[in-house]
Design a protein around this ligand. Sequence first.
Ligand code: 13P
Ligand code: SF4
Length: 311
Amino acid sequence: VPSGEALHAEINRLKKTRNAVILAHYYQTPDIQDIADFVGDSLELSRKAAETDADVILFCGVKFMAETAKILSPEKTVILPDMDAGCSLEDSCPPEKFKAFREANPDHIALTYINCSTEVKALSDIIVTSSSAETILSQIPEDQKIIFGPDRHLGGWLSRNFNREMLLWPGVCVVHEAFSETELLKLKEQHPGAPVAAHPECPPAIVDHADYVGSTSGILKFAQSFEGDTLIVATEPHIMHQMEKALPEKTFIGAPGADGNCNCNICPYMALNTMEKMYTALRDLEPRIEMDEELRLQAKKSLDRMLEMAS
Ligand code: 13P
Ligand code: SF4
């Protein structure tokens, strides 16, 4: 495996010979974000995956995102640098338990966060991302009972915002769960007047101190428009790469965990993807996402509803 500039050049060369597109999430390291053809939030990445005319999608994100790309673009070869790049929310929601939960609540529809397995998508009615959840929820009749999973913090935040009761699955994101309210308050004292932008996967104790709550792309938009020179960012810290590039005159500070720094909030799953693994994935077209066709078609229904309702 080459290194340094040669690695960079080889990835670009293989990308051309494979007719591949590189999609990356904002939580990937700066080198991966910078070599990608497109960097985005979960909804934007799903849309790109559905639209692309490339033969190969190298998905630099976690497995459920690459699986979403495969569900929407089955004729494409979808590769992921590291197949172990999972997600604690997906892990919290085994399909058989989710199925039993649905069966115990037959009068509820399942509105499900995209951070789940293909099997759970197939058991759901409508998928949401954090950037589409509010728009989609506002279209569901008020008397319709809802199960929301697997992120109880996103579900709780939607529930409070819409004043709407939902049955919540008890999953959490390990990254957003690790922010410390005590340390955040100390940081706010050190930077009086600096606004806080938080992802709705954060627990209420963090979200309650936020001036803006929204998806990664929403947080990036807020960073473009906030007044002042310093912003505290309560989500995975690699997103700050885009802010620092676009707004070098401003200061962005990652919200801290209990140890007082933001490094404990790096997503351990996203961190498994590296430039070296991107190179070998493009070279070998492995690890590759494969999927049972019946399962794919079933999961596609709830994803298609999201894409229709979100636009
Ligand atoms: P968004 O990019 O849709 O805000 O999602 C954040 C996330 O946690 C992805 O795993
Ligand atoms: Fe999953 Fe959280 Fe990592 Fe996103 S940041 S992939 S929700 S563990």
